[in-house]
Ligand binder design. Sequence first.
Ligand SMILES: Cc1ncc(COP(=O)(O)O)c(C=O)c1O
Length: 491
Amino acid sequence: MTHPIIGWEHESPVPNHEFNSFLASRNGRLFYEDLDLAQLVHGGGQDQGLGRTLPSPLEIIYLPMLRQKVAELNSVFAEVAAEIGYAGRFHYTYASKANTAEEVVHAVLDAGANYEMSSQFDTVIVQTMQTSGVLSPERMVIANGFKPAGSGYAHSLVQLKRVHDNLIPVLEDLIELAPFIESGLAFDVGLRLKCYGHRLTSGVSGNHGTKTPVDAGNSRFGLQIADLWKAADIIAAAPSLNLKLLHAMIGSQITSEHEFVSALKPAIDLYGRMRQRHSEMSIFDFGGGVPAPMTLNFHFDYRLFARLLMTALSEACARYGVPVPDIMGEMGRYTATEHGAHFFRVLTVKNNGSELPWYILNGSIMTSFPDTWALGEHFIVLPLNHLDKPFQRVQLGGLTCDSDDVYPPKTSVSPLYLPVETKDLYIGFFSVGAYQEMLGGVKGAKHCMLPEAFELIIDRADDKEPYQFRLLPGQTSNDVLRILGYPVDES
Ligand SMILES: Cc1ncc(COP(=O)(O)O)c(C=O)c1O
């Protein structure tokens, strides 16, 4: 297996070159689609409508990418369904936990996605999106997350049902049933099978309490098989509930299409068997989304995945003599990863006898992208300028005093090359739009009290139109000190 490719891997300058579908080097500068990135923070080149340069660190939110992701996967599934004659529909659903920022959720829903939520405050977001007109009544709202009887979340879902009828709580514990039964409201509900990981190879057998490989998986999410059947029977007996969906999440980090669908097969088989007994079921939800590119040598064939999934569902449903279901995926990472980027300036180069020169950045890597140190996750790193100059192998250091505030991650074998010329050198971390900000927190006081970056929201009506910009200010030192309880001089 080759290492993750996170940037340019040569000492020679980068010629005009496309790194991936949206990042390209042109005459020594890096472009995100048609946007000259160095121009935003350093100037030079043609003004792009902003009329000024912005301070760094700078976070970039590129909204057109979100719409592209929704449109692309929807077309993949529609085309494959037409090719193989699959009768079910595909329901693109946005897992908002990946990035719950208003502008992101708004853009994704505007692009036609359904909404997947995970906690109580999400119910407020649903209502806000309804009011702003991007969440029409027919759009499904899938409510995952723990919602035991008596919890604020269960209560809010019952309230939400009165204003958004197409709300589908996905139940993952028997104790979650009561609030929805007792509400007397006509709920469609889903049941979540216990997550069993992708190493499972044997099928699901038996439905009355024998310990199957699914049951043996170690996860706090979902129902074991016997309880899932029990819940289905309770739902069938409840006059106001309708079992619509089976949720089975393996996780989106499996980058082999065949392995992904094989891992789903026990759940697909279970769907077929349950559908025989519960004819109102109509959606197979493969839970999390599909893998997403965060490096330059990522490859996942979404078309092949869709074909394998539909084929597996068709075969299982034929085996049990039931119609094929609609397919749902709750795409978090896939939707949100590529729209987000974060720029830093190289403050200085430190040669202290370490293996490689340290390029010290004017912000923190570990607080901006917690997965770099928590999981050893890789993201794309490229210079915004000086791409036409020679490169050298380097390591990046963040501005905190933490030894983990480095990139590449300590466990990584991926080399990182950046220009030798560091005067006014700006670099970008790309494909960081999913989870990083939600894990690191928005605003607040962070490690070594480094302030939060300015945020630039970029949009355009279509790729012929000029860009439009909205700037959200970063934090001042007073903002941070105030949060920490210090008196600040507001004058
Ligand atoms: C229930 C559920 N659905 C969807 C997702 C989104 O997964 P991903 O971001 O990998 O697409 C998650 C992620 O944790 C999840 O827990």
